[in-house]
Design a binder for this molecule. Sequence first.
Ligand SMILES: Cc1cc2nc3c(=O)[nH]c(=O)nc-3n(C[C@H](O)[C@H](O)[C@H](O)COP(=O)(O)OP(=O)(O)OC[C@H]3O[C@@H](n4cnc5c(N)ncnc54)[C@H](O)[C@@H]3O)c2cc1C
Length: 556
Amino acid sequence: MSAVSSIPGKNHAGSVEACDVIVVGAGFAGMYMLHRLRKLGFSVKVFEQGGDVGGTWYWNRYPGARCDVESMQYSYSFSDELQREWDWSERYAPQPEILKYARHVADRFNLRPDITFNTRVDRAEFDENSNHWEVTTSDGRQLRAAFLVLATGCLSNARVPEIKGLSEFKGKVYHTGHWPHEGVDFTDQRVGIIGTGSSAIQSVPVIASQARHLFVFQRTPNFSIPARNAALTDEEREAFRRNYPEIRRFAREDSRNAIYAELPDRGALDDGENARRAKYEERWEKGGLTFMLAYNNLLLDQAANDTAANFVREKIAEIVADPATARILQPDNHPIGTKRICVDTNYYATFNRPNVTLVNIRPHGIEEIRDHAVRVGGNDYEIDALVLATGFDAMTGSVAKIDILGRGGATLNQKWSDGPKTYLGLMSAGFPNLFIITGPGSPSVLSNMIVSIEQHVDWIADCLAFMRGRGLEVIEATRQAEEKWVAHVNDVAETTLYPQANSWYMGANIPGKPRIFMPYIGGVGVYRKICDEVAAKGYEGFAMTAREPERVVATS
Ligand SMILES: Cc1cc2nc3c(=O)[nH]c(=O)nc-3n(C[C@H](O)[C@H](O)[C@H](O)COP(=O)(O)OP(=O)(O)OC[C@H]3O[C@@H](n4cnc5c(N)ncnc54)[C@H](O)[C@@H]3O)c2cc1C
């Protein structure tokens, strides 16, 4: 038994199960958290509402789903054997392969015995007498643990829009984030898809190739860059593996977004028109998210950003044959990159197919959904099936669904009613011994998330080992440190163009959600240094309390 679980607590009746740490969620974050903590000798129980590991890749099985960070980088780095033995088949692996990888990791590291599937964590209350979390699950189990880790995912709470008549629709309705496991065959069907974010941009070309007709209902056009996806050769995989130490180091320490890439040394306006165009062409041909790394000021300077945005708008006009359709597809209400940029295979070209119709819903929205039609501007678009590619209540949605009570019975939802407040995105003051992986206030969704997940998991694991080694029972973010960090996160965001977009980074896709720029934009490398320095200074900004006698050993 570890030191933490030997901490005396309230004497509970036999029905309460105890462990050192409860982890909520078994995506890439929960799986690695379990692995690290178990290796340190902590007893851990993981709860996952889905039927298997994989999180995002368990739920998002829509046609065309794949990662948009290259698989050789969008993969765990914690085990050299793992990264040497697993062969990714394509530059951007499709969802089934990523899920297979997650399952392989679960089996290889024997994670399943400590994960309970098909079970939600519904409630968690901090007991100030025993300094333990008391947790209730959807099957009525009562548990207590010294620590609670939310590995609940930033994009795991699918958003269903409120549209008049939606529940009355007589055909089948699918959400991209909850796709049926047996798949869907749209052959000979008239299909409507609502939303044109990343999931739609990936699925539209595939659905269009099956359906009799596809209607794409678009409110806000998004910028998308060709993926240039292709099979990976043995030589390419080997080249990556040879350079893995440097690639992984760079992603962790030097990068802004946890992706290994050549960093730009100049701004967009430092080049003349021809040179700039050549550079954008080169990036466009290369494909992928690194398009935005053509210049170092694209997200800082509006005039610089305009040059990249105009380039992509021109590309759309070149690809899409009908000028009116091209105009509707050209984003015009946000700087390029300030909403997560999309990566596609033949998205814009799909609108040249005779069986695809783009319906602009920006002027009036969708009036209503009828038995077998979507009504826009007085016209009924007859469909047999409807796909909701309407995204997620991002970053805070899944946390908010758990009833979390901290000191004095205060709920996290009350505390975050004006927007999420955390210290380093890892903890929130008033909620001791509760950690969040890739929480708001950390680089999170602005990065290659597996790198950010590994960084948070390692930091939390090291912190718990530190506490155990010193007989410490409670860790809690101080209010001062939290306020300072929240102000810093906002200050950094304000120096960029990001807050100009009505993005899910800002909570703008959810009616009534406070408009706060949630992720930390200072860069993955910078952020890691800050976290490491905080730990090196004895967890500066956190109050840590010893078991007996009570004393505070580190505050700021
Ligand atoms: C379609 C799509 C494509 C993406 N592509 C990329 C990409 O290319 N690169 C990238 O970096 N990121 C990408 N992401 C982001 C992706 O979410 C992360 O990369 C990563 O998979 C997150 O892992 P996670 O474990 O933190 O969360 P998740 O994978 O979301 O897992 C969280 C799990 O927690 C479970 N859970 C939540 N609440 C509870 C509860 N109360 N009780 C029990 N279980 C609960 C959920 O069921 C879920 O399985 C993508 C996201 C989506 C939706």
